[in-house]
Design a protein. Structure first.
Length: 238
């Protein structure tokens, strides 16, 4: 169900990430906070143009939040997010200060627009799913990013890299999705990098061929499904 106004006039997202969520709106921010508390919800989201605050101090009134999604907003202070001791689902994109993710130790699912000044993602020992947006590598022929060993699902979107070579070993990743990386030509050594890989999807990466995906998957016995180069390469039904 898409985001819509409910009978009470609040922005409501019943199928939000992790848990149903109320949309925060600058014009009636306190009412939104009160409504979250009254309904016993643990999820909120903020987006442009409804949320126009420069910080996240309103979240300090909602200490039981488990899910926070923020996109297309401009923030000058994100420190309030560190006070959410129960946070498990976190999404953030748009202009913002760097984040020390090590301080978000409870986060299990993370969607983040890359900021080269961010720190601590590799320290998230509970992280199971991560989607990384707009990662800009210093050298496009080498993807260098440290994921926690706990990650089981990883997505890379809108990156400038042309190869996944250089990616350190991710021992527990079972699902890998790569999309809208227009330079991507090589998947590197998937058997070594993702030894437990079961599902691979490469979409809207025009330079990545099915033959390259087949090469990268050679000898990878754990893969049950693979789609790349506009072809279904591996299917558990076959």
């Amino acid at each position: 169900m898409p985001i819509s106004r409910d009978d009470s006039g609040f922005l409501f997202w019943s199928e939000a990430w992790g848990t149903p969520a109320i949309g925060l709106e600058t014009e009636r921010l306190q009412l939104c906070i009160d409504e979250v508390l009254a309904r016993g919800l643990t999820g909120v989201f903020g987006r442009h143009p409804e949320y126009r605050e420069a910080d996240l101090s309103c979240l300090l009134n909602l200490p039981n939040l488990t899910s926070v999604e923020l996109w297309d907003i401009k923030l000058s202070d994100v420190s309030a997010i560190y006070e959410l001791s129960k946070l498990t689902h976190f999404r953030i994109s748009g202009k913002r200060p760097p984040i020390n993710f090590e301080r978000l130790a409870t986060v299990q699912h993370l969607v983040v627009e890359h900021d080269k000044k961010d720190t601590g993602i590799s320290k998230l020992r509970n992280l199971k799913l991560m989607n990384l947006w707009r990662f800009k590598a210093k050298a496009i022929n080498t993807f260098e990013f440290d994921l926690p060993r706990s990650v089981e699902e990883f997505g890379l979107f809108w990156s400038n890299v042309d190869s996944l070579g250089g990616f350190g070993v991710c021992p527990n990743v079972k699902r890998l999705e790569v999309a809208r990386c227009r330079n991507l030509q090589s998947l590197g050594d998937l058997k070594t990098t993702f030894p437990k890989l079961e599902h691979l999807v490469v979409d809207a990466c025009g330079r990545l061929t099915a033959d390259e995906a087949k090469r990268a998957l050679t000898g990878h016995s754990s893969v049950k499904h693979a789609f790349a180069g506009k072809q279904l390469i591996v299917s558990s039904k076959s």
